[in-house]
Design a protein around this ligand. Sequence first.
Ligand code: NAI
Length: 296
Amino acid sequence: MAEMKSFKTIGVVGSGQMGSGIAQLAATYGFDVWVLDTDQDALSRATKSISSSIQRLVSKGQLSQAVGKDALERLWFTSNLEKLSSADIIIEAIVESEDVKKKLFLELDKITKSSAILASNTSSISITRLASATSRPRQVIGMHFMNPPPIMKLVEIVRGADTSDETFDTTKALAERLFGKTVICSRDYAGFVVNRILMPMINEAFFALYTGVATKEDIDAGMKLGTNHPMGPLELADFIGLDVCESILKVLHAGLGDNKYAPCPILVQYVDAGRLGRKRGIGVYDYRQMLGSVNP
Ligand code: NAI
């Protein structure tokens, strides 16, 4: 196994569901972490959610009080990209849009040190194309965490066409040794492994709902009790974010060229209506009463 570089500082870009979870994980593993978002409200939500998540882990005995306290002291939140210039690796977790991610990678390439690895948590977008926006395609890689990152065991690592062996070995070692994750490796095709298989199932569940095959509750109960999935596909879609599901399906549709990947009209309509899932309090299901509040 290759020697792992001694990383000290991690930059996380995007402080939504995934970015805040990755930042929390990195801080509890002893890294200094800069978290960047362009949206101040998202940064405030991340500060609160990371703090309450760490407190929850401490109260359940899953994290020691000392590690929890240390982690909170290692996190810095900013909307100034320059602050990430000292990072040894950047993990990008912004909106699932190729154009927006490419623009960010171009900026990151300019402000980070030349040795830094630029990793993307993208669910489906081509790592090769993101790498092409930079002058360091050998140091660009996919590091796809599952939701929620502090809990889920898997990291899917995606090699772009030019990703070097050194970048791959270092990123894999970081995920395995420091984040304690199990790694699977995927070639750079739309959706990689997990979403190539998961998203068509979720989309089919929306089609079953759309065509009146069954109620949402019966579709979810059917898959939970019938196939032993911990969550039904519609419940899982709400958990992932319906906007994220729609974006991934569009990437699969464009990248694999088969109409079976086109997002179901009812999924598109929910997104158009702002029903983005749990993060907005309402998606296929209504969580507003249960969560007690709704994010704007
Ligand atoms: P989210 O919508 O919760 O958060 C995205 C954040 O990125 C927002 O706070 C937004 O303000 C910020 N942002 C947008 N453009 C930005 C920019 N140019 N610079 C800095 N910040 C910017 O989205 P979520 O769910 O955290 O997804 C983020 C990424 O992670 C996506 O690529 C998604 O495909 C991927 N992913 C999502 C999973 C999920 O279950 N939601 C699972 C695994 C990967």
